[in-house]
Write a protein that binds this ligand. Structure first.
Ligand code: SAH
Ligand code: SF4
Ligand code: F3S
Length: 486
């Protein structure tokens, strides 16, 4: 990052902006930094920012890129949103409630902006890819400064510079893109682990899901760029990576030289100094035998697989356009467990999809009972305008859905408490992630299977992998004791 900073510092902004990326963005980082310097002189203090992230890991990773750019521009991070000069919401629209939270918080920001003449508000992420959202913002939320989407976050510095120059709302939304811009700044939230995008977008069009509309078509990053990024991260202290994509199992299909996800994993496995590899999300329809084999033989791939089932009813799965049956899913689970017996399985389930009958719901309950997930994210179906499911007949009444949801949650939780406790009195290798939130004598670490354990230790352990004896299961986490002192 230091080299990049020096390079940017030497740019002459009196010249024209270059056309090619990433150099064009380096130019605008320099330009925006001069505006920020001037504004900060006027204010008599450094200017600050606060990025709030909604939604999935994809957004979390995007936010790290936003933070990287903001810091290069000269803003300082402020964790308290009420005090920040630049508030950015990186939004999610996968379910309606994610959407409503953003409007609610925006209302509060209006008052804050009246009091602070330097304040700016930026909105980006998946919600901004929906035209009706941007229309609403234009008419009822004039006080927003910058609006951009998921395809052009790399242009953030350019948009900030434009905002300083125009003093008007800057809106830049692209419908889709085939572009992937490499080598931009990014600031990691954790020093020892990092998300790494391996692909963007989604081509699956599950009938309930808005993601393919707001994240565009599937495109894979070049393996060389991925490896280079991970090597750099490792050199910078990272021991665990989470490979990110909406459907990692279809990685590489659109590359000039096609490559499978399993092949990519094998290359990443060879990176020296990297200790742990995670990935998400796996679509059951594309999970290959080759991948199972690679997982079985890997020393670094974590013993955890997130395998969203969505529904246990073949009929509903068909309407969801998931392209597998209940039996195929169960067979896949069987194959994985046979190859990797200690694997922890987690899933996503939607309750109340249009047309879901009590029988369909019982099929879902049956899958839950058969698979016995370590944990499951359960969602109430949310109608997303523009998706095929939104106009399907037989939308299910709220009270019926709620009743099913409660039954499912109860089942999922009682199974997961049983499943989680089986590791009691074993030794596990644990990556220490943080001090414990509630007790300063304890640290919190993550096992390969994604479960958390709290045990006595201090801040010097953070980022280290240690052996921990699991003394007691407390439902969804453990209390343990460290056995070796690193
Ligand atoms: N690409 C991932 C999922 C991304 S969205 C996959 O295919 O598994 C994360 C989860 O949100 C989904 O797995 C699904 O369970 C849930 N979800 C997506 N759209 C939804 C909707 N309209 N209503 C309720 N839950 C939804
Ligand atoms: Fe949505 Fe399906 Fe794509 Fe996942 S695979 S992001 S659920 S369309
Ligand atoms: Fe939400 Fe976008 Fe992720 S809609 S779940 S933030 S891809």
């Amino acid at each position: 990052m230091k080299e990049m900073a020096e390079y940017i510092n030497d740019i002459d902004v009196s010249k024209q902006a270059p056309v090619a990326e990433p150099n064009r963005q380096y130019y605008f980082i320099k330009k925006a930094s001069e505006y920020v310097k001037a504004a900060s002189k006027e204010a008599g203090r450094p200017l600050t920012f606060c990025v709030t992230t909604f939604g999935c890991q994809m957004n979390a990773r995007d936010s790290e890129k936003l933070v990287g750019i903001l810091e290069q521009i000269g803003y300082q991070e402020e964790v308290d949103e009420d005090k920040a000069d630049f508030v950015i919401y990186n939004t999610c629209t996968v379910r309606e409630n994610a959407n409503m939270r953003v409007y609610g918080r925006l209302g509060q920001l209006k008052a804050a902006k009246k009091k602070n003449p330097h304040m700016m508000i930026g909105l980006c992420g998946c919600m901004m890819q929906e035209p009706h959202v941007v229309e609403k913002l234009k008419t009822s939320y004039h006080f927003v400064d910058i609006i951009f989407g998921t395809h052009n976050i790399y242009k953030f510095a350019e948009l900030i510079a434009t905002r300083f120059e125009s003093r008007r709302m800057v809106i830049d939304i692209w419908k889709d893109t085939d572009k992937i811009v490499e080598d931009l700044p990014s600031e990691r939230k954790f020093s020892f682990k990092s998300g790494v995008n391996i692909m963007f977008g989604c081509n699956n069009f599950c009938s309930y899901c808005i993601v393919p509309y707001v994240r565009g078509r599937e495109r894979s990053r070049n393996p060389k760029d991925i490896i280079r990024e991970i090597e750099r991260l490792v050199a910078d202290g990272v021991v665990e990576v989470m490979l990110l994509g909406q459907n990692v199992n279809s990685y590489g299909k659109n590359l000039e030289e096609p490559m499978s996800f399993a092949q990519l994993l094998q290359k990443i496995e060879k990176i020296e100094g990297l200790e742990r590899i995670r990935f998400m999300t796996s679509h059951p329809k594309d999970l290959s035998d080759e991948l199972i084999e690679v997982m079985k033989n890997s020393k670094k791939i974590c013993r955890h697989l997130h395998l969203p089932v969505q529904s246990g009813s073949t009929e509903i799965l068909k309407k969801m356009n998931r392209r597998y049956t209940k039996e195929q899913y169960l067979e896949l689970v069987h194959k994985i467990r046979e190859a990797v017996p200690d694997i922890s399985l987690t899933t996503d389930i939607i309750v109340g999809f249009p047309g879901e009958t009590e029988e369909d719901f019982l099929e879902t309950m049956d899958v839950v009972k058969q698979v016995r997930y370590d944990s499951a994210f359960t969602f109430i179906y949310s109608k997303r305008t523009g998706t095929p499911a939104a106009v399907m007949d037989n939308q299910i009444p709220d009270d019926v859905v709620k009743h099913r949801f409660d039954r499912l949650l109860k089942e999922v939780q009682s199974i997961s408490a049983e499943v989680c406790s089986v590791h009691e009195n074993t030794m596990q290798s644990v990556l220490v992630e943080s001090m414990n939130d509630h007790d300063e004598r304890l640290v919190t670490g993550r096992m390969s299977n994604n479960l958390l354990v709290h045990f006595p230790g201090d801040a010097s352990l953070i980022g280290k992998i240690v052996d921990v004896y699991l003394k007691e299961c407390k439902g969804f986490y453990y209390i343990g004791e460290m056995k070796n002192i690193p």
